[in-house]
Design a protein around this ligand. Structure first.
Ligand SMILES: Cc1ncc(COP(=O)(O)O)c(C=O)c1O
Length: 423
């Protein structure tokens, strides 16, 4: 169709023509193919997926295909995918389910021999708010004990020994993100799962369930639930060129792995997440997942090459002495697209620099912390970055279509801004 033929081959621009967007960890634009899938679903699959006539059947078929595609992207089975409104809901659903399971099993146990008391949950100290604040709230309201295990200030990762040291007899959940949104550090989830499973094998009760929030990893690095060994994995569409919708991978939902609904209603998503399905957004998520499965290698290579070029240009233009990378941790893997950098100097606070830039659109940290004023990111502080350096941090995250020319323009913009601010 004509409207399709005229669409650009790269995602639509991110801002005005003279602006360059380097905030792909905050959100991504939709791929043209995803926009087409969403539009087509809006037009052709508007029926209620639960209706038995053709309009409903079309919508249902589309949802089934999307479920397959999302499952394939993470190496799981279609029946293990539950669509949600986004990552925040998926993360909440995990905590809700684990607590509910604990309550039910400990009630039974209490009747027999006193029971294990409150559930204990372990998270890291660099989790997204949709994990950290959920855990904090459970602790505050006396529903759970929570331990925040600190990431190593050398590697930026949760180290297995540190995690195992805080496991208690009542531990029932470990939730550690797959990759950090500010530093890009990839956590050793596979190793953490193996070590925790070895504890589970001792026949302890409760079993420790394993969750990873893969919001920042999907579409950037290979993610395979079987290889990782997780029970739950959070999927967030708007980080990999899909719309604002998400999903939760659950290994055998309601059977092998506990899953309890937060809402009650019409029985959709096998009663785990009722509510008439958001067919067009699900179709968009499926299409974006299909693109990731087909092209991950190219996306990853392009982003890595571009980010390395960005880092090289920053060093060339400002000199190694003035540039400090907050995303480089010896021995740790990191996302291909994330450059967290501080330009050193008393006048170069991250927010100030960004507000004076004429071309660059970026952030100083997680989008959900943008109201924290000039306070340095607690994530960077937790990773051992000094307060002075953290205060100057810029999170520059490149995307699938960021070019070398974009990088050149951004670095030139930063050079002019630094000249201006340093007088
Ligand atoms: C690591 C991480 N987890 C969860 C979320 C929340 O996802 P959503 O915005 O879909 O609720 C985000 C996005 O901001 C994120 O970066």
């Amino acid at each position: 169709m004509a409207e399709h033929a005229s669409e650009p081959s790269r995602p639509p621009s991110q801002g005005t023509a003279d602006r360059i967007y380097l905030d792909y960890n905050a959100t991504t634009p939709l791929e043209p193919a995803v926009i087409r899938a969403v539009s087509e679903a809006l037009r052709e699959a508007w029926g209620n997926p639960s209706s038995s006539y053709i309009a409903g059947a079309n919508a249902k078929a589309l949802i089934s295909k999307a479920r397959e595609d999302v499952a394939t992207m993470v190496g799981g089975r279609a029946e293990d995918i539950i669509f949600t409104s986004g990552g925040t809901e998926a993360n909440n659903l995990v905590f809700h389910s684990v607590l509910e399971e604990f309550k039910r099993s400990s009630t039974a146990e209490k009747l027999l021999n006193g029971g294990p008391g409150l559930p204990h949950i372990i998270i890291s100290n660099v989790e997204h708010d949709s994990v950290q604040l959920v855990a904090e709230n459970l602790q505050k309201t006396g529903q759970a004990e929570v331990t925040c295990v600190a990431v190593s200030t050398v590697t930026g990762r949760v180290e297995a020994e540190d995690l195992l040291a805080v496991v208690r007899p009542n531990t029932c959940l470990v939730s550690v993100m797959l990759a950090n949104n500010e530093t890009g550090v990839v956590m050793p989830i596979r190793e953490l799962c193996q070590r925790v499973k070895a504890i589970n094998k001792q026949g302890r009760h409760p079993r420790i369930l394993l969750h990873t929030d893969a919001a920042q990893a999907l579409g950037k690095i290979q993610v395979d639930v079987a290889d990782l060994g997780v029970d739950y994995l959070t999927i967030v569409g708007h980080k990999f060129y899909a719309p604002r919708i998400g999903a939760l991978y659950v290994r055998g939902p309601g059977g092998r792995t506990p899953l309890y609904p937060m809402f009650y209603g019409g029985g959709q998503e096998r009663n785990f997440r009722p509510g008439t399905e958001n067919t067009p957004m699900i179709a968009g998520l499926g299409k974006a997942a299909e693109l990731v499965t087909a092209n991950l290698h190219d996306y990853e290579n392009h982003m890595r090459t571009t980010r390395l070029y960005l880092e090289q240009r920053l060093k060339e233009v400002f000199g190694e002495e003035k540039v400090r990378f907050n995303s480089h941790f010896p021995g740790s893997d990191s996302l291909p697209n994330t450059c967290n950098v501080s330009l050193l100097g008393p006048h170069l606070r991250g927010r100030k620099v960004l507000s004076c830039c004429k071309t660059l659109l970026a952030s100083v940290g997680a989008a959900c912390h943008s109201d924290l004023g000039d306070r340095p990111s607690h994530i960077l502080l937790s990773c051992g970055v000094s307060p002075e350096v953290a205060a100057n941090a810029l999170r520059l995250s490149v995307g699938r279509s960021t070019s070398r020319a974009d990088v050149d323009a951004v670095v030139e913009d930063l050079r002019n801004t630094v000249r201006l601010l340093e007088g």
